[in-house]
Design a protein around this ligand. Structure first.
Ligand SMILES: Nc1ncnc2c1ncn2[C@@H]1O[C@H](COP(=O)(O)OP(=O)(O)O)[C@@H](O)[C@H]1O
Ligand SMILES: N[C@@H](CCC(=O)OP(=O)(O)O)C(=O)O
Length: 371
């Protein structure tokens, strides 16, 4: 069966602390090498991969010779700062063997809550994804405080999946998936192969984490719900299963699949349709209106008559016909000033007017919902 796992082109893979470390004593280099080899193979097969990797604190503790995880925030942050360099060094050296490089992306909650920074992070990640690069994301542990930290990387993984509009979020952990009870304390617990991401029953069975990881299954199930908002499927799978990523891609039933209610584009369009607050209007001519309505096309600058309002790139605008009726809503690729400069222009003129070309479309059809 075709699914976002076997056919999707964009994956976010998250590797948790419980899995990355050798029982807390530094990074498990052998296992990391095996995931790198699998991710390299997937990337070379055309799947854009963003890796969300934990392990900075654990690696830092080992490098500093600490046996016990410190309690204080500043020592944890110091350990993360020491460990993050080792983490990225390890990945970089391994990916290099497959002619791939890595890029370090450290994010905080604030970065994703602020629209401009969110869009910049999205554009940077998209640009990186188009290159022979594996972006490696972690929380920017040095600057976060208790109140604003994600804490667990499951939530960060889900937000990155929303950010890059991933088809799938793969959460690799130390258990083979989500069980109907915590297998650490219930030896008879049964694996749940598949559920709806929004099913309240799975929240009830998901418990807390072990001594190395932070969130346990509770944050993984919550992450699946968040990822489902942009239509991404989540798989919780055992990172110690041989060739787990390649076997998932080949369609093998491993781990737990948490399925969204909607495909990625449908989810985005539903979000757009419910987005009442628009930042401006784009008035289009009859030819462009017909292209949107009858042919399902993107909106090009050439069909635009005028612009009103103050909007930034990436914000939501109303698309109106010349009689003033709202016919669509969408996320715009240019800010208001740029959009008014390119009104009515053919794509080859746009570059001249702006001095650069960001996207050919003023609003891409995937980001446009007809009303
Ligand atoms: N219903 C459940 N099924 C599977 N594991 C569970 C469940 N409830 C709690 N857990 C615990 O969640 C842990 C994995 O989460 P965590 O320790 O945070 O790892 P990671 O670092 O990979 O995020 C497992 O070791 C397991 O003990
Ligand atoms: N940012 C932290 C990771 C936090 C963490 O442990 O997350 P998780 O493995 O999801 O439970 C680190 O790199 O150590």
């Amino acid at each position: 069966m075709a699914s976002s796992i076997t056919h999707g082109q964009r994956w976010v893979v998250k590797i948790g602390s419980a899995l990355l470390t050798n029982d807390g004593a530094g990074l498990d280099a052998t296992r990391i090498a095996s995931w790198v080899q699998q991710m390299a193979e997937l990337k070379q097969a055309g799947i854009d991969i963003v890796l969300v990797s934990s392990g900075a604190v654990a690696a830092g503790m080992a490098r500093l010779g600490w046996q016990e995880r410190p309690e204080s925030m500043e020592l944890l942050q110091a350990a993360a700062a020491v460990g993050q360099t080792q983490l990225v060094q390890t990945y970089e050296a391994l990916f290099e063997q497959y002619q791939l490089h890595t890029a370090q992306v450290l994010l905080t909650h604030d970065d994703l809550a602020d629209r401009k920074r969110y869009l910049n992070a999205r554009n940077t990640l998209r640009a990186l994804q188009a290159m022979p690069i594996i972006p490696i994301v972690n929380e920017n542990d040095t600057v976060v405080t208790d109140e604003i930290r994600f804490g667990d990387n499951d939530t960060l993984g889900a937000l990155v999946a929303n950010l890059v509009e991933a088809d799938a979020l793969i959460l690799l952990t130390d258990q083979d998936g989500l069980y109907d009870a915590d297998p650490r304390s219930n030896p008879n617990a049964q694996l749940i192969p598949q559920a709806q991401a929004n099913d309240p029953a799975i929240v009830a069975v998901a418990g807390g984490g072990g001594k190395l990881g932070r969130g346990g299954m509770a944050t993984k199930v919550r992450a699946a719900r968040l990822a489902a908002r942009s239509g991404a499927m989540t798989v919780i799978a055992g990172g110690r299963i041989d060739d787990v990523l390649l076997r998932l891609r080949a369609g093998e039933s491993l781990g737990t699949r948490l399925v969204p209610d909607m495909e990625p584009i449908a989810a985005r369009k539903q979000w757009l349709a419910g987005h009442l607050q628009t930042k401006g209007d784009v008035i289009i001519d009859d030819g462009a209106a017909a292209a949107l309505i009858k042919k399902g096309k993107s909106l090009l600058p050439v069909g635009v008559v005028s612009i009103s309002g103050h909007f930034q790139r990436g914000e939501c605008v109303s698309v109106k016909n010349t009689q003033g009726a709202v016919i669509a809503r969408g996320l715009v690729n240019y800010d208001a000033l740029e959009a008014s400069k390119v009104c009515g222009q053919h794509s080859d003129q746009v570059q001249q007017s702006l001095g650069y070309i960001a996207e050919l479309e003023l609003i891409h059809r995937d980001n446009l919902v007809l009303l």
